[in-house]
Design a protein. Structure first.
Length: 169
């Protein structure tokens, strides 16, 4: 199966964080979700800001769900109260869950990454949770639509080789 992950610049954040990279313009989320629906399974990370949820959640197709990445340590910004310490992840799984597979929670608690060369780089444990959430197996292909630091692709290679031994939940 082909599984896609999209972690685009979040709504209203492209110019602030990625102005040096012309590929990181504001994203047309309607077109992006339409593109994601062409895959067997997919996930889309987004901001918890109200304008982001109001703009993207109505575009969620039938059969998709929302999960949460909860950050016990996050970057606190002066004048933002309360702090944004979680991120929604919209997803559609690749397979129906069976009783033979460990239950995956629809949230993960994991701190943000620091100094990875790109704002918003995801932690390794988040990637492993994402693969489990999507019902991925080592035979699947993961397509990272916004590769940034490359952590998702690197994590996929680790996960494929060690998925049986990884107990991160």
């Amino acid at each position: 199966m082909q599984i896609a992950y999209a972690d685009p610049p979040y709504m209203r954040q492209a110019r602030k964080h990625y102005s040096h990279d012309p590929k990181c313009a504001e994203v047309d989320h309607r077109a992006l979700i339409s593109q994601l629906c062409e895959y067997d399974a997919w996930a889309l990370s987004m901001s918890a800001a109200t304008y982001s949820i109001r703009g993207i959640a109505p575009l969620m197709p039938e059969g998709s769900r929302m999960a949460a990445w909860v950050k016990p340590f996050a970057s606190f910004k002066k004048g933002t109260d309360p702090a944004y310490t979680w991120e929604p992840v919209i997803y559609k799984t690749a397979r129906k869950w069976s009783k033979d597979v460990d239950t995956v929670k629809d949230h993960i608690v994991e701190p943000i990454t620091m100094k990875k060369g790109l704002v918003g780089a995801k932690p390794l444990r988040f990637c492993f949770w994402l693969f489990a959430l999507l019902g991925a197996t080592p035979q699947d292909e993961i397509i990272d639509l916004f590769p940034g630091t490359g952590i998702v692709t690197d994590a996929w290679e680790i996960w494929k080789k060690n998925s049986e031994q990884l107990s991160i939940f």
